[in-house]
Design a protein around this ligand. Structure first.
Ligand SMILES: [Zn+2]
Ligand SMILES: [Zn+2]
Length: 320
């Protein structure tokens, strides 16, 4: 059996190769990839090149017809954190799918069987794949942040890219009112379509109990640290190549608050995340997803980098 897959060669170059698939390794299962979303973090691999097939937001079908999405961290399943259902905190975390082992920009992908999350019958794969980085990561971060607060009047979301929009959607589904800020007008208006209020002046201090910083930009981090109220919580979700710093200012020294950092989501939150997607998943998909095919991957990245697409998804011919 042959299968097509993409290779990132660096400097923005994507090549395709057709390979003959061998037997499936012990402990692995082979999925036909039905959908694989592009993630902002893939842009780094596009520049640097990758030794493995990228793509880490994968939905597909097993040979027996079971539909599943792929949990990225290859957790051990036996350490104390895994045993407690906190698989994103695995003490023996070895690899991430699409980063250290082959991912989903391909017609097929082999993954550890324990990383396949079965999808409930009432949820289409095009929605289910959002349960990973977009909704799973957002929901887990908000759950951690809520543990620090007795109540939240209104949260600010800084950065309305795919994850920021996930945070906006999940926050509303959890009953948290949100303001949003993004210098990119089209992104901000998507957040507004989803029920966020455009943030007014962010020049003042002490404006919000909860600030979710999703952009990773230095200015966004600075804003978050300034507008958080004493007693409030900053959720540092944005990724950046720059270190996260705390200001050496009188204001910051005198601010009693939380800074919450989270990673992905634990397996024991999956059922709650399906419930969130039942409420807002189809609307979120319709607003942000751009369905494309595997041969269109180079163009998909070009337009993703240019900001034309919020969440391009490679969808197989079979799943169209
Ligand atoms: Zn991602
Ligand atoms: Zn473990």
């Amino acid at each position: 059996m042959t299968s097509m897959r993409a290779r990132f060669q660096g400097q923005g170059e994507i090549a395709f190769e057709k390979v003959t698939l061998g037997p499936v390794a012990d402990g692995d299962v082979r999925l036909r990839v039905d959908v694989c979303a592009l993630c902002g973090s893939d842009k780094r691999l596009l520049q640097s090149g990758s030794a493995v097939v990228p793509g880490h937001e994968i939905g597909g079908t097993l040979p027996d017809g079971t539909r599943g999405i792929v949990y990225i961290p290859v957790f051990c399943g036996t350490c104390v954190r895994c045993q407690a259902g906190r698989t994103n905190q695995c003490l023996n975390l070895s690899q991430l799918v699409g980063w250290q082992r082959d991912g989903g920009f391909a017609e097929h992908v082999d993954v550890p069987a324990r990383c396949v999350i079965p999808v409930p019958d009432d949820i289409p794969l095009s929605v289910a794949v959002l349960a990973l980085d977009t909704v799973g990561t957002a929901a887990h971060a908000l759950r951690l942040a809520l543990r620090t607060q007795d109540s939240v009047d209104r949260a600010l979301v800084v950065g309305a890219g795919p994850l920021g929009l996930g945070v906006v959607a999940v926050a509303q589904a959890m009953g948290i009112a949100v303001d949003a800020f993004d210098p990119h007008a089209a992104r901000l208006s998507t957040a507004v379509t989803f029920g966020a209020t455009p943030a007014q002046s962010l020049d003042d201090e002490n404006l919000y109990d909860m600030v979710v910083e999703v952009s990773g930009a230095a200015a966004a981090r600075e804003t978050a640290q300034r507008v958080v109220r004493p007693g409030g919580t900053i959720v540092a979700l944005g990724e950046s190549n720059e270190p996260y710093t705390m200001p050496a200012t009188p204001r910051w020294r005198r601010t009693d608050c939380y800074t919450v950092r989270s990673f992905y989501f634990p397996m024991n939150e999956v059922d709650a995340n399906w419930d969130l997607l039942r409420v807002m998943g189809a609307q979120l998909r319709d607003l942000i997803v751009e369905p494309l095919t595997l041969p269109q991957l180079p163009d998909a990245f070009e337009r993703f980098v240019a900001g034309d697409y919020v969440k391009p998804c490679i969808v197989s011919e079979d799943a169209r």
